[in-house]
Ligand binder design. Structure first.
Ligand SMILES: NC(=O)c1ccc[n+]([C@@H]2O[C@H](COP(=O)([O-])OP(=O)(O)OC[C@H]3O[C@@H](n4cnc5c(N)ncnc54)[C@H](O)[C@@H]3O)[C@@H](O)[C@H]2O)c1
Ligand SMILES: O=C(O)CC[C@@H](O)C(=O)O
Length: 530
């Protein structure tokens, strides 16, 4: 990407037109191309920096391999099961969703499904319109006073609970992550799954599809439900064993089931189709004007912000940076990346552990972005494609142990980041601070105090502290037309080991480094780049 090129965004699923408008307003070039085959998407995706999707586009390994410019994927909605997140992380692509934009709408759909089941509205409607006037065939049930079993009490589950309480239902919730305090606040009874299954007159599911929730309503669990239970699933297909549900409907143990989502979508056929007391919708949970405007606006704002300013909101594979945190954290992240890069460039041997210590003011900040920035700088010597997103993933993949340590007390500096690496040869560290809370400065290098701005092309020399050295190095660089920008010296003690960090206006060629290495007293000479 050239510096003047605007970020390019592809909207590949049907989305409210506000998304394209916002992208354009935020300075992105945007194309809306929906309904393509995977092969067409693979052929096209290499041109784009951002991809905005709903649930139809499948972002597979093959798509990500072809997405050579892609930096961010935004899901206008909640579920991201159509994105290979681990592979996106490995490729350094941020994945975002819009976790709240369609929650009310989906909760309302679940309640609508519950009423549709309680009063058999779809079938009564169909028969009435056929002219049958089936007044006696549709005896319903009230929901008032009944128990609603809520599986999953997150954003949508908690809205469903509040609506159900308003309908004078009792709500029993099963969610291993629901605290007793939150259950009290929501006005629900926290229960284990078996208790919920035994008590509920209606069951509604609101969990993601995970290894733990897959088939949570299995044949065995369906058998534990109360006879006459009615079941609603507006979360994800795969939470219910569909064949077992059909059998339970056929036997009358389950009095009704309403699915918005199916194990395989689009569900063009299903053993459940045509089953008595079964109703369904084609994944319409989020389909209201309000929700689609919300998620379209949010996804465009989030992606546009990331592509134009680097701000991160609602990312699933990288720590979020709120608008309040971002200005404070940015200089720390720049410092952290420079320190990681310095250690990476100066440590040619295998590193078993990297520790990131923060001291003073730095301890008050969100450590995750600081750690990711150190790792990103550190791994850059090993990987050209490392970035803030894939750095923690790469570190793990390479067996690098990462430690975070906070020390509230301050030493010489009001704020400090120290990066230590452990190799077979032992442990050594570099440390830096922020001048005026904004300018990253190195203050210590492998135990020697040296102040330097780590920037552009630099030269690092370890030598014996002796008269005449500075003149000799100055002459060598001058003879090779290398202009020195800054000159930073430090030493362990007079006449002991000394380090010199020079910023130079042009890269130092190999032969100059070799010549520097041969100067009297020089132990090591190395070019650095930041
Ligand atoms: N039908 C649609 O169009 C539609 C629209 C929006 C969301 N959804 C889906 O609805 C589901 C819920 O969305 P949300 O925004 O409420 O998500 P959320 O993350 O806010 O809530 C999910 C809840 O499930 C709980 N949970 C996780 N594992 C569990 C387990 N093993 N047993 C019980 N509970 C468990 C979590 O603790 C959390 O409270 C998601 O699957 C989402 O994709 C569907
Ligand atoms: O985009 C949709 O229509 C479905 C969205 C829904 O499944 C979600 O998880 O947000």
């Amino acid at each position: 990407m050239t510096e003047t090129r605007k970020p390019r965004v592809l909207i590949s699923d049907k989305m409210d037109p506000n998304a394209a408008r916002i992208f354009a307003e935020m300075g992105c070039d945007v194309d809306v191309i929906t309904g393509e085959t995977p092969e067409q998407l693979i052929a096209r995706i290499g041109d784009y920096d951002g991809l905005a999707i709903r649930s139809s586009t499948r972002v597979t390994k093959e798509v990500l391999d072809a997405a050579t410019n892609l930096k961010v994927i935004g899901r206008a909605g909640i579920g991201v099961d159509n994105v290979d997140i681990p592979y996106a992380s490995a490729k350094g692509v941020v994945v975002m969703n819009t976790p709240f934009g369609n929650s009310i709408t989906t909760a309302e759909h679940a309640i609508a499904m519950m009423f549709a089941l309680a009063r058999q509205i779809p079938e009564a409607n169909e028969q009435t319109q056929k002219g049958l006037w089936p007044k006696n065939g549709f005896m319903g049930v009230e929901v008032t006073g009944k128990t609603l079993g809520l599986i999953g009490a997150g954003n949508i589950g908690s809205i469903v609970a509040s609506r159900a309480l308003g309908l004078r239902m009792k709500v029993v919730a099963y969610d291993p992550f629901l605290t007793p305090e939150r259950a009290v606040e929501m006005g629900v009874e926290k229960a284990d799954l078996d208790t919920l299954l035994a008590k509920a007159d209606f069951i509604t599911l609101h969990t993601p599809l995970t290894a733990e929730t897959k088939n949570i309503l299995s044949r065995e669990n369906l058998a534990k439900t109360k006879k006459g239970v009615r079941i609603v699933n507006c979360a994800r297909g795969g939470l219910i064993d569909e064949a077992a549900l059909k059998d339970a409907l056929d036997s009358g143990h389950v009095a009704g089931a309403a699915l918005d989502v199916f194990q395989t979508e689009p569900a063009k056929e299903s053993p459940l189709f045509g089953t008595k007391n079964f109703i369904c919708t084609p994944h319409l949970g989020a389909s209201t004007t309000e929700a689609q405007v919300n998620v379209a606006l949010q996804v465009a704002e989030q992606l546009g912000e990331y592509l134009t300013t680097g701000g991160v909101t609602n990312a699933l594979n990288v720590p979020s940076l709120s608008a309040e945190e971002a200005p404070k954290l940015r200089p720390y992240m720049a410092l952290a990346e420079k320190l990681g890069s310095l250690v990476g460039q100066l440590t040619p041997s295998a590193v078993a552990r990297i520790s990131i210590h923060t001291e003073g003011a730095a301890t008050e900040l969100n450590a995750k972005p600081i750690v990711a920035a150190v790792l990103c700088g550190f791994l850059r010597v090993q990987s050209a494609t490392v970035n803030m997103v894939n750095a923690p993933f790469l570190a793990k993949e390479r067996g690098l142990e990462v430690r975070e340590v906070k020390t509230e007390k301050t030493g010489d500096y009001h704020t400090l980041i120290r990066v230590s690496v452990k190799t077979e040869a032992g442990e050594r560290s570099v440390a830096g601070t922020l001048f005026s809370n904004a300018e990253p400065r190195l203050v210590e290098l492998f135990g020697i105090k040296v102040e330097a701005e780590l920037t552009g092309d630099m030269m690092y020399i370890v030598n014996e502290d002796a008269p005449g050295f500075i003149g000799r190095i100055g002459t060598l660089l001058g003879e090779n037309s290398i202009n020195i920008g800054t000159f930073n010296l430090g030493r362990r003690e007079a006449g002991g080991e000394a380090v010199l960090l020079l910023s130079v206006d042009s890269p130092v060629a190999g032969e100059v480094l070799e010549a520097a290495g041969k100067l009297p007293g020089v132990k090591r000479a190395k070019a650095l780049a930041f």
